[in-house]
Design a protein around this ligand. Structure first.
Ligand SMILES: [Zn+2]
Length: 614
């Protein structure tokens, strides 16, 4: 089964890339763009940056080691591995040659790292050696599941055996988790139990503590508390998500119910208090970290693309383990508003940070972007984790769409395509997320329960089959029966745009409201016939839909604020007046994921509204 996550037990079993085929549509088109453009783009930039060359320097002629200075940050090897993983899922023809380049740099005992080969394991806090192995192993898992054994998987087995030999009986771990979930998945695909045991020990070691203190504090790399003692996700958001994924994987494979429920509780508390409307994670730019509860500033939202991807991966693991629809709901929010946002529509530039408010249009950067602020997509970054992470996630996306259990098939994400399982075949047809109509046509029938997710916002949804229509609540709409070829199930999700208010404790969002339609978060963007966003106030009135090139855009009523300023931007409370909204004008909102495609712009998701009931 070709799936990125394949637990040996759990409430639901994923259907892999061999069971789910995506057709053209919102996601099918993006997955095709990934295969045709994004993967090659990432490879080109890593050649240009010299990161692939690092492997050649090390591998081609040991005598020339050091003759060419190493390029890139200490963790750049992981980027080549993420690209290899993307190529493996996509069964991309460029994989074997790149795998050979990597294989030649591996040492006799399985060690492989272009930065630390002459100073092995001397910096666990920042060295990222085990982190790099983690991504290497994930590439190998993908290759084993899609293709089978080859040069890459041999490299991966040797590296994994080296890790077990070197670390099984120490107290060491890596400042950046990912090796944990990678080793569990390698155990799942090979059956070699020491990989699972090594992963378990890495998870349990954290918080002992296992790492030296750093200026950000040990919470930065989740070494402040043992995983099973923590109450909320904290610290560096990508690290937190990858560690949680590894903990769930270990818990599922070892039957550790306490560990699983600890991560579930952390997820629940975090989602209630520390997640942006887009599903994005992170409120601090300095340490790329979660903020405190309800610290969710839209302009300083970090919402790194990789943290969204980590959250998407965690949601999938928790969904499979528990069958709880909440995880699929957050996965969808993250999919449409972080994962779809990061790449430009042409697949040649990317957001690293995904803030919800940009005040000043960014200045385009020539070449490699040193920063990650999020005002403008860049073709490549000094720390370029996000583009390759998008590539591998898009390449494996079909493995996240549907699941099965003993009674039938569950469709969690409404994406056009075909789903085959156990002699049963379905075709999903939909214009989602612009349309709320989802039609499931039976191609090859049999007795089964077909469950279709009804998102949490979709109150008033209906399901129709066998000539009957009935209302369905958020959760799963279940259609059960003896299906024959040609039978049809239709799900109708209400797609009326809706205004959303923040929790009153999110002080950075007081007096603001946002618009969502289906799973898509909207924003105003200062391009085209749109007034200066700093001088606009919106009115919570029904948005008017416009179909523009197949995309639903919305008009809401707004008023312009005066550009005049006094000598002090504050007034006594009794003199405060509401602005005049007697002559409203339209303010165009576009899907958040499309913003920044028409040139430098300001942007905001949360719009100030005069009604201070928020
Ligand atoms: Zn990243």
């Amino acid at each position: 089964m070709a799936s990125p996550v394949l637990p040996s037990s759990g409430v639901l079993s994923p259907l892999g890339l061999d069971s789910v085929r995506l057709a053209p549509g919102f996601w099918g088109d993006r997955v095709a763009l990934n295969r045709e453009v994004i993967i090659a783009h990432c490879q080109e930039w890593m050649e240009r940056a010299g990161w692939i060359g690092n492997f050649r320097t090390l591998g081609e002629d040991p005598a020339r080691r050091g003759a060419r200075p190493r390029q890139g940050r200490e963790f750049s090897d992981s980027e080549i591995y993420k690209l290899l993983e993307a190529m493996a899922w996509a069964d991309h023809p460029a994989l074997p040659e790149l795998a050979t380049t990597v294989a030649r740099a591996q040492e006799e005992d399985g060690y492989l790292n272009t930065r630390w080969h002459d100073a092995r394991y001397t910096d666990f806090e920042w060295g990222h050696e085990l982190y790099c192995y983690g991504h290497l192993i994930q590439a190998g898992v993908a290759r084993l599941r899609v293709h089978g054994e080859d040069e890459l998987t041999e490299v991966v087995r040797r590296a994994a055996d080296h890790i077990c030999l070197r670390f099984m009986d120490t107290t060491e771990t890596c400042g950046h988790p990912v090796v944990e979930m990678a080793l569990v998945e390698l155990y799942r695909v090979t059956g070699v139990e020491r990989y699972l045991e090594m992963a378990r020990r890495f998870v349990e070691r954290r918080g002992a503590p296992a790492l030296d203190d750093i200026p950000f504090g040990r919470a930065y790399f989740q070494d402040d508390l043992p995983v099973r003692k923590a109450e909320v996700f904290r610290g560096h958001a990508v690290r937190a998500m990858y560690l949680a994924c590894g903990a769930v994987d270990v818990a599922v494979e070892t039957g550790d119910a306490e560990l699983l429920s600890a991560v579930e509780a952390q997820w629940e508390r975090t989602v209630a208090r520390r997640v942006h409307l887009t599903g994005g994670l992170g409120s601090h730019h300095s340490d790329e970290a979660f903020g405190e509860d309800f610290e969710l500033p839209p302009d300083r939202a970090y919402s790194e693309t990789c943290a969204g991807i980590g959250s998407f991966m965690l949601s999938q693991r928790l969904l499979l383990a528990t069958g709880d629809v909440r995880y699929a709901d957050l996965a969808e929010r993250t999919l449409f508003n972080v994962l779809a946002t990061a790449p430009a529509l042409d697949g040649r530039s990317f957001f690293y940070a995904n803030p919800l408010h940009v005040r000043v249009p960014a200045t385009p950067v020539e070449g490699i972007n040193q920063g990650a602020e999020g005002g403008l997509r860049s073709p490549w970054f000094t720390v370029s984790c996000c583009p390759n992470n998008i590539a591998r996630t898009y390449a494996s996306l079909a493995g996240y769409i549907a699941t099965s259990d003993a009674s039938g098939v569950q469709i969690h994400h409404h994406i056009p395509g075909e789903i085959r399982h156990d002699g049963f075949a379905l075709r999903v047809e939909t214009g989602y997320p612009w349309s709320g109509e989802v039609t499931v046509r039976v191609l090859e029938g049999g007795p089964a329960r077909i469950s279709l997710r009804v998102p949490s916002w979709a109150s008033g949804a209906q399901i129709s089959h066998g000539g009957a229509t009935r209302p369905v609540s958020p959760g799963y709409a279940v259609a059960e029966g003896e299906w024959g070829a040609g039978d049809e199930i239709r799900l109708d999700l209400p797609m009326t745009p809706r205004w959303t208010l923040p929790d009153r404790r999110v002080d950075a969002l007081r007096g603001c409201a946002a618009v969502e339609r289906g799973p898509v978060v909207y924003c105003a963007e200062s391009v085209g016939d749109v007034p200066e966003l700093a001088l606009v106030e919106a009115r919570v009135s029904p948005p008017v839909e416009h179909l523009v090139d197949g995309v639903v855009e919305l008009d809401v009523e707004s008023a312009r604020l005066s550009p005049e300023t006094g000598d002090w931007p504050y007034t006594p409370a009794q003199e405060t007046e509401s602005p005049d909204l007697s002559d409203p004008e339209p303010l165009r909102l576009v899907p958040y994921h499309r913003w920044g495609n028409r040139g430098p712009a300001t942007m905001r998701v949360w719009l100030p509204v005069p009604d201070r009931t928020a």
